[in-house]
Design a binder for this molecule. Structure first.
Ligand SMILES: Cc1ncc(COP(=O)(O)O)c(C=O)c1O
Length: 477
């Protein structure tokens, strides 16, 4: 395997984008923690499959049978990817990780006094769904942002009778830290508590194994998203015990979830169908399965190794730039996926991100990344500052929104990408940028004077035109 082979698979890897100086630059995409680009093999698979595409399950035509076969196999491929025992566990396709967590929260049968343990470092998707149904206790993080495992243990010892689940991220979308999920699983299981791992940020970067059901380190439930795995066609996955999903009513009801319905009664069918109400996203499922096969062909070990080296390469360079503030642990990188949170001293995070984009052709993300408590903790924001902020935001002023800039890698990023990123940061810290940037108080974002790209014209939806690289082709091409 070599990196060029991986880059060849990335749709749009050579796309050029317009910059403020009138030049076009090859786009450097460093926002893979949000969503990755798609693999060509995924697109080709979908293109080849579409002539046969049909609604699945209960259709008797050839296309329906074929589509059903593919869609069902996609579930199996997703389950095997995390080494789930598919005799005892079911693979449920949903829309994304957020929907998976919401489903699990709704299906746990939680009562208001039940406790779900989650952590300070979670994406809101692995926090707010639990708050909706139960009492949530957050495990603290230390000053570096690492999980406080002693606190977790204390909480479990104190509350184990009421704890219904420990819900924890496999890897943080802010610091990239990989949590000791097996150690935590063992601890929770020791008290008869099940564990859920939000693997949205881990699975694209490391080999992931739920371990055998009988292992005390087994991961009981896991969720992940295809759009972070080079298959952005709207599928997410939730895997958990068959027995669990056999019990109770599904969270969403309608077509496809029943064995038989009378005017008075409903007899549910079995998972996963019971949990996939309505016509499923067949294309999304097939796309995910093809992406998994592609990742396996590249080898998850190769990807992990490459991303680790790239992370080290980047930190070595970033540490040499004065006025760059790096958050979290920047020395122990082995247990960290390729996510780099930073700021430039005395510069608004949104301004840094905008200059990188408008003048460097570099796509990053800024803000609090749907993990407000964790980002505020890493920024060491006081409670007073937090209260002030809330009042400003409620008054429609987002100009002081706290936050960071985040650069995040996919398996295809290379040293050239990092060099372009670093060079641009070196210029920014020296104030060597051209634009006059204007803060929009209501949105907390910056625009730059004299740079008015009409995005609608750049990529028109006109009938008869289709393009993914800015060129326009007749539909027949
Ligand atoms: C750790 C983590 N969990 C959950 C999510 C939510 O994923 P999705 O937006 O696919 O539902 C994200 C998204 O960035 C994430 O990083």
């Amino acid at each position: 395997m070599n990196l060029n082979h991986i880059r060849d698979q990335i749709i749009g890897v050579d796309i050029e984008v317009p910059c403020l100086d009138g030049q076009k630059r090859k786009y450097v995409y460093l926002d893979n923690a949000a969503s990755t680009p798609a693999f060509k093999s995924v697109l080709n698979c979908i293109r080849d499959f579409l002539p046969y595409y049909s609604g699945v399950h209960r259709g008797t035509g050839f296309k329906s049978l074929l589509s059903t076969e593919l869609f069902d196999s996609a579930h199996e491929i997703a389950g095997k990817f995390v080494n789930a025992n598919l005799k005892n566990n079911t693979v449920i396709f949903v829309k994304n990780t957020t929907e998976a967590v919401n489903k699990l929260a709704a299906r746990l049968g939680l009562e208001r006094d039940d406790i779900v343990i989650t952590t300070m470092m979670e994406h809101h998707s692995n926090d707010l769904p639990w708050r909706k149904f139960a009492k949530v206790i957050h495990v603290k993080t230390d000053s570096m942002g690492y999980l406080d495992l002693n606190h977790l243990e204390d909480l479990i010892k104190k509350h184990y009778r009421d704890i219904k689940l420990v819900a924890i991220s496999g890897a943080s979308n802010i610091t990239g830290y990989i949590n000791p999920i097996y150690q935590i699983a063992k601890l929770a299981h020791g008290y008869g508590i099940k564990i859920f791992v939000d693997a949205a940020q881990l699975i694209p970067h490391r080999r992931f194994d739920v371990l055998p059901d009988e292992s005390d380190e087994h991961i009981d439930f896991v969720a992940f998203s295809a759009h972070k795995m080079y298959a952005p066609f709207g599928t997410g996955v939730l895997i958990g015990p068959n027995q669990f999903f056999e019990k109770g009513d599904p969270d969403i009801v309608g077509g496809g979830v029943v064995e038989i319905v009378t005017l008075d009664e409903v007899y549910w069918t079995h998972p996963p169908f019971k949990e996939e109400a309505g016509s499923p996203n067949v294309i999304g499922g097939v796309a995910l399965a093809r992406a998994i096969l592609q990742l396996q062909e590249f080898s998850m070990d190769y990807i992990a190794d490459h991303e680790k080296k790239l992370l080290e390469y980047t930190y070595n360079k970033l540490k040499k730039i004065p006025d760059i503030e790096l958050y979290g642990d920047t020395n122990n990188l082995a247990n960290k996926v390729g996510v780099i949170p930073f700021n430039i001293k005395n510069m608004h995070h949104a301004l840094t991100a905008s200059i990188l984009s408008f003048e460097g052709g570099i796509g990053v993300r800024n803000g609090c990344f749907c993990a407000h408590p964790y980002v505020k903790h890493l920024l060491k924001l006081s409670q007073d500052e937090e209260f002030q902020l809330i009042s400003q935001i409620q008054n429609g002023d987002k100009s002081n929104l706290p936050g960071m800039v985040r650069a995040s890698f996919g398996c295809y990023n290379n040293e050239d990408d990092v060099d372009r990123f670093v060079q641009m940061l070196e210029r920014i810290v020296k104030n060597d940028y051209q634009g006059k940037y204007i803060l929009n108080q209501h949105t907390g974002t910056y625009t730059v004077q004299g740079f008015d790209i009409n995005l609608k014209e750049y990529f028109p939806f006109h009938p008869g035109k289709t393009s993914y690289d800015g060129k326009h082709y007749p539909e027949s091409a």
